[in-house]
Design a binder for this molecule. Sequence first.
Ligand code: 3HC
Length: 328
Amino acid sequence: MYAQLVTTEGGTPREGMSDQERAFQERIDRNEKIEPKEWMPEGYRKTLIRQIGQHAHSEIVGQLPEGNWIGRAPTLERKAILLAKVQDEAGHGLYLYSAAETLGVSRDELLEALHSGKMKYSSIFNYPTLTWADMGAVGWLVDGAAIMNQVPLQRTSYGPYARAMIRICKEESFHQRQGYDIMMKMCAGTPEQKAMAQDALNRFWYPSLMMFGPSDKDSVHSEQSMAWKIKMNTNDELRQRFVDQTVPQAEYLGLTVPDPDLRWNEDKGGYDFSEPDWSEFYAVIAGNGPCNAERLGARVKAWEDGAWFRDGLMAHADKARARRVAAE
Ligand code: 3HC
């Protein structure tokens, strides 16, 4: 089933388009929003299901590394903030699953594809969170990278996706600020605390750069997705913006970005920086990162443990429906 959902149409936009496809592309070019019941090319629908579904899974799996620290947050205030953030991520997953459902795929199908490993979630969540400073680095860098990618998606061509993004981005901004706030506290603390903050930056820097996807020359979907305005920028454009935004923030903290080749390039008006190790990226998205088995195992267990509740809910809904029908 999923194989049919994910295959995207290749080819150069406009070449060999039918009249209907050309009219659709013209609507996209005029920045009109496409709404659920309107005609759309099958490849557009499948690409959206793949991207929105992957994004929804990322929000849900993304609760795990931070959920790991709720019970160990250093103060009641930090615990309350982290709890709220992790709950927000659950909400983001729900908006996005709902947006995907408007394209004719059910939530059960999407979850089945996640649990069976057919569908991806963001590579970043396959790295462990080892210390409290990692909560700072995740908020600052991971949510920072997520915002960089998602703010332009508020203008994406599919209406339900664009609208979901507006609220998600507001909440992600708070997440990024709370992470940076943790980093500021750690960096103004004892030498040991500052060393923890530096260690967290060292471990999360390159995985954060990987969140934007492979370099443009290796990106399979960018060209068509950008023609359809499912993506608004290329992977490399957003990665560059992220580096340019984040380096001064690291300097303000007194931390060192773990890249000896990082340099301001006056001519391009941005930093030159080292690429991540792409062999590591491909290993992680193929299921062989440090925490893939643990993360997927936790999601499958949650799904199986919740079966009794879903069954009860459905049985109740069926009974209520039968009573309504009998009364009519
Ligand atoms: N992790 C896992 N897989 C990735 C990836 C990543 N960081 N980057 C790329 N890939 C996969 C793609 O899914 C594709 O595989 P597929 O064909 O099997 O689906 C392959 O690598 C080739 O990459 P492309 O560049 O061709 O793929 P896309 O055009 O889809 O671009 C993307 C990748 C930039 C991540 C794009 O899908 C996107 O913008 N998605 C929406 C945003 C999103 O999913 N964000 C998740 C971040 S985490 C988050 O938001 C949680 C928050 O709380 C922090």
